[in-house]
Design a protein around this ligand. Structure first.
Ligand SMILES: [Zn+2]
Length: 264
């Protein structure tokens, strides 16, 4: 008997892996289809091929060096889940090195090369004045030595407004330095990227203390914590690029998903 379709509690998205995680472009509602039979991925065939209607991939409007970017088609809530998927390959010699993503330990990497409907590979890395609004989790799709398409779960870590970019910290600024590519801000008026949270100045913080405003101080600390926590979280799950073992540049420019080199 077929599993009943249920929605997640806080996010308008199918629960579990039996049904497609995508949002339909036409309705802005969760897809009602089951996931593709036999696939590791929680997408129906259509959405695996076309991509999730919740996001769209476009050329960066002003900076060709950035290549393609990924923007929200609808307002997305915090915790909207997506999958960074592709073929399971060895890191060494993999075609899509710039976008390969770490998979299960000793399981090689996820290579989205030639996977048209895989939109997350186009998320830009936030520039110096920006922050990421997505993160990968430890949830993977497929087994260590899987032959089929495999993936890793991603989710928004804050609400992302319509036409705002989805950004992903590539894991290390070494990637840019090793290639002599300036790391620039990627947001535009049309397609904004989330701005880095500013720390309050010492003066402002002292003032609030003098006024006995403890809550202001607490807010300040909390704000710094948020940034640090995101950074630590990213470091924990995304492994850094290895300078000196740099993959070649692709036409689309700086689009590296962090990868894990593995013994081969
Ligand atoms: Zn679907």
């Amino acid at each position: 008997m077929e599993e009943k379709r249920r929605l997640r509690r806080r996010v308008n998205q199918n629960l579990g892996r039996a049904y497609c995680w995508a949002t339909c472009v036409e309705t802005g509602e969760p897809c009602v289809e089951s996931s593709e039979p036999g696939s590791n991925l929680p997408y129906c065939r259509r959405h695996r091929v076309e991509g999730d209607g919740a996001v769209r991939v476009i050329d960066h409007p002003t900076n060709k060096g950035i290549g393609k970017i990924c923007v929200a088609r609808f307002d997305l809530p915090k915790g909207y889940k997506m999958v960074y998927w592709g073929k399971r390959v060895r890191w060494r010699g993999c075609k899509g090195q710039d976008r390969a993503m770490s998979f299960l330990q000793n399981g090689g990497v996820i290579d989205p090369y030639d996977c048209e409907g895989q939109q997350l590979q186009y998320m830009a890395c936030p520039g110096p004045g920006e922050r990421s609004n997505t993160k990968c989790t430890d949830v993977c799709f497929g087994k260590t030595y899987d032959e089929k398409l495999i993936g890793r779960e991603f989710e928004t870590i804050e609400p992302v407004k319509k036409d705002h970019q989805l950004t992903q910290w590539y894991g290390s600024k070494d990637w840019f330095e090793a290639r002599d590519i300036p790391r620039t801000n990627v947001g535009t008026d049309e397609y904004p990227a989330p701005q880095k949270k500013k720390r309050k100045t010492q003066k402002a913080s002292k003032q609030s203390q003098d006024e006995g405003d403890k809550s202001g101080e607490a807010d300040n600390l909390k704000e710094i914590d948020v940034n640090t926590a995101i950074e630590l979280d990213v470091k924990k799950t995304m492994l850094q690029t290895v300078p000196g073992k740099d993959p070649p540049l692709t036409q689309s420019g700086p689009k590296l998903a962090p990868y894990e080199s593995f013994a081969d």
